[in-house]
Design a protein around this ligand. Structure first.
Ligand code: AVI
Length: 317
């Protein structure tokens, strides 16, 4: 465990976010056990093309991805979750180098344990050292170690959930924790037609709505909240000017909600929203600017035929 989110952080985020105008909650709190399970199911939805395309790009190009390294790299994954897509890459790395050390970093200890057991059962030659906690603490720990070249993985379009400034700050943090010759494999969603994007975040089965509303249920479970989730509507729309899909929870009517453990009452007018997530979409030019702005150079990149999603390998300079 390398430092992580405590219940106090969640309580503080809710106090601040629901006391603000407009109201908001940080999207990292989606991922308690129930939220992480819902997200795994979102990844299989027909409308949510991101995971499917990324997995195909990794599967098809995995050999080329690992061949960049002359000596065996340590593979470090930020926000590994179930490590499902990473398996392709690990398999290719084990085939190329014989043994591989894999360091997944995630806030969910139980998820890491299940993923690590499944991977070591499937891949002889794989050694897993899991780090439970937030990226920053894990990166600080890694900064002090220098055994082999490292391949950092930041997949699943997770960078898109950061505001532009925070995205640069996180990339610089990865840069500071790495050494010349280390590489970053980054998966990002690209700017595209609004209808495709909105369908991906408004799926017909209502799973994304459930995922969004799980935040209110989490407040009820952990902080003694009195939210009636039926009184809120899930809304996701693409803001083309900001190139991002925004997710909100919209109050159906005027209401007051008590949150016992915080000793607060959150008052909502009809139609008032809680802004719960931004999911930024990039152009290729923007991605290359991000690389340059954080001390990396693009070495290789892979995109699907429709140009919806991009995986890029950056080398640390
Ligand atoms: C984890 N993250 C990249 C997802 C996204 O697409 O922004 C979270 C998500 N939100 C709604 N659906 C999936």
């Amino acid at each position: 465990v390398v430092g992580g989110q405590t219940d106090d952080c969640f309580a503080e985020a809710v106090r601040i976010g629901l006391g603000s105008m407009p109201k908001w909650l940080p999207c990292r709190y989606f991922y308690d056990t129930a939220g992480s399970r819902l997200f795994e199911r979102i990844c299989d939805l027909p409308e949510y093309y991101l995971t499917r395309i990324e997995e195909r790009l990794l599967r098809t190009n995995r050999r080329e991805m690992v061949e960049r390294f002359g000596t065996t790299p340590v593979i470090v994954e930020l926000g590994s979750g179930s490590s499902r897509k990473t398996r392709w890459l690990l398999e290719a790395a084990c085939a190329r180098f014989g043994t591989i050390e894999y360091m997944p970093i995630d806030v969910s200890g139980p998820l890491l344990k299940v993923a690590a057991e499944a991977l070591t059962d499937a891949l002889a030659g794989l050694r897993v050292t899991a780090l439970v906690g937030d990226y920053r603490a894990a990166l600080d720990l890694l900064r002090k170690r220098r055994e082999c070249p490292r391949l950092f993985l930041f997949l699943g379009s997770s960078l898109g959930n950061y505001e532009r400034d925070s995205a640069i700050a996180l990339l610089r943090h990865i840069h500071d924790a790495s050494h010349a010759g280390d590489r970053l494999l980054l998966g990002t969603d690209l700017v595209k037609d609004a209808a495709i994007l909105e369908a991906a975040y408004n799926d017909a089965s209502g799973l994304t709505a459930q995922f969004n509303k799980n935040l209110l249920l989490r407040i009820n479970r952990e902080l003694g909240g009195r939210f009636d989730v039926g009184s809120f509507i899930h809304r996701a729309h693409y803001d083309a000017a900001r190139s991002r899909v925004e997710m909100h929870l919209v109050s159906r009517h005027e209401q007051q909600v008590r949150i016992d453990k915080l000793g607060m009452v959150a008052a909502f007018s009809e139609g008032e929203t809680i802004h719960t997530e931004n999911s930024h979409k990039y152009t290729i030019t923007e991605l290359q600017e991000l690389a340059a702005g954080s001390g990396f150079v693009e070495e290789l990149a892979w995109t699907d035929e429709a140009g919806w999603y991009r995986v890029q390998m950056w080398r640390r300079v």
